[in-house]
Design a protein. Structure first.
Length: 208
């Protein structure tokens, strides 16, 4: 048996469906990727989700208990047996039909998280230092954004109600700034950077 799903969820083999659901909720909330955990946490989340998909379905659980299999191809069509799951984290589009209570758990606990849209916008060093006004279209939504002067690389801004729709409204858009240094510069630009470097050498910190 490649994976011990009961051990993954921390329940006994004879655990009830409610005990399995409770154990999964705890692990899913603890290790969900939106909590910004480590790569190990993300792996544990995926393992817990896989275990729950099997153990929450009576037929799949029976086959797993009997054969220790995870593919369940005998259920028809050569499919994995996790019918109804569509989409993925990249597109953030999910269809939990055919997965029993799995969809209900995600709707209740992660509906808002899945409706949150994260995007990056790349700006030049000059825009970062001086600030700028930008217009961008993200996920079909037009965003007018005032970049504040002195913005830092990796700084994030939240736009409430600009994300995807979920059962309680719309999620938020999280826009992260990335300052992109030029790979190639003109002679004039090089002279300007050299002047900036000279001014830096006269101060302990050039931003003072």
């Amino acid at each position: 048996m490649a994976n011990d799903y009961y051990k993954t969820l921390g329940v006994e083999k004879g655990a009830s469906i409610e005990e399995i659901k409770k154990a999964y909720r705890k692990l899913a909330l603890q290790y969900h990727p939106d909590r910004g955990g480590s790569e190990s946490d993300h792996k544990k989340f995926n393992e817990a989700s896989e275990a729950y998909q099997v153990l929450s379905d009576p037929q799949k659980r029976s086959q797993y208990d009997q054969f220790g299999r995870t593919d369940f191809s005998a259920n028809g069509g050569g499919q994995s047996g996790f019918g109804g799951f569509q989409g993925g984290f990249d597109g953030m589009e999910f269809d939990f039909g055919g997965m029993g209570g799995f969809g209900d758990i995600f709707e209740n606990f992660f509906g808002q998280a899945f409706s949150q849209v994260q995007a990056e916008i790349r700006i030049s060093p000059a825009q970062a230092v001086l600030g700028d006004k930008l217009e961008a279209t993200i996920g079909g939504e037009k965003i007018n954004f005032d970049i504040p002067a002195g913005v830092q690389d990796g700084q994030a801004f939240r736009f409430p109600g600009k994300g995807r729709t979920h059962n309680k409204g719309r999620g938020d858009l999280i826009l992260t700034i990335r300052i992109e240094l030029p790979r190639h510069i003109t002679k004039e630009q090089k002279e300007l950077w050299e002047k900036l470097r000279e001014s830096e050498s006269k101060k302990h910190h050039w931003w003072n």
